[in-house]
Design a protein around this ligand. Sequence first.
Ligand code: AKG
Length: 358
Amino acid sequence: MSSIQQDWPEPIVRVQSLSDSGLGVIPERYVKPLGDRPSMVSSAADVDIPIINLGELYSDDDRVRANTISQINHACRDWGFFQVVNHGVSPELMDRAREAWREFFHSPMDVKQKHANLPTTYEGYGSRLGVKKGAILDWSDYYFLHYLPCSLKDYNKWPLLPSDCREVIDEYGKQLVILAKKLMKVLSVNLGLSEEYLQNAFGGENIGACLRVNFYPKCPQPDLTLGLSSHSDPGGMTLLLPDNHVPGLQVRKDGNWITVKPARHAFIVNIGDQIQVLSNAIYKSVEHRVIVNPSEERVSLAFFYNPKSDIPIKPAEDLVTREGASLYQPMTFDEYRLFIRLRGPCGKSQVESLKSPR
Ligand SMILES: O=C(O)CCC(=O)C(=O)O
């Protein structure tokens, strides 16, 4: 696969500037093909992803604990997506983190432009994923940064404004890593593996973690475009802090798109491609996308908990023995994420392409 190019193939246009200009018709390069538009698919209104009270993992009652572990297992098997409440992350910190980023996106353009990103690492303020010339773009801007490993964490690449932003991101990352580790243990046990299996397979203490903050400006023609195209997450597990007022995330379930209704101070957890591979597809990453709307902007914080980037990720031996076949060839996360960095979000095409030849 070719390596990442030095610059974007076309001049970058900030979606927020387009939106602020008050245009009534969106530029052609944001208009999705008919079959990808949000209005073209049905959505089951009364269905939602499971909500799990994580506090019950620490109940004195064995049955309550077992029931919570089992709920997580079902959510991973049936949905690949669930919400967690009572997860141990401070609600005040969650609110502050979201608002700090909202302030960042509302700071003057010259402040934001100082952080403009390149496709070499994607770190900083961006407005497109993928470098395919002439690609149809998504209706969003974002900020991407590395939290772990420490060797990639560079405060100079984090926003300077608002003034507490770096401190807030640091604390937020710390609390989310604790939550992710907790969930990794439950997932390991539910797969019939030792409690530390997934964490160790990810590289133990040397895991990677990064944050993408998505900003979806108001859109005058939301039926024609998407805030984020359908994709599965390439990494291990994602902890998403959605907007507290505006829904937008849709999850694909049995051919329908389900619009998630975020619970107050919940995180939305989803399985990424690397856990699909490690679990030999017992758990599957699930396609999701984001719709936009004409009257409200939306902010979300996606925290990606990933394997160390240079170790081969392959199905757990115990699961291969149990299932009789390994479904995937080993690949490092560095090799794997190059694909999405070049092509941008494209459904589940990458993890499908990793399948072992039969
Ligand atoms: O904004 C959202 O709700 C989802 C974001 C997402 O899927 C992502 O950043 O990968």
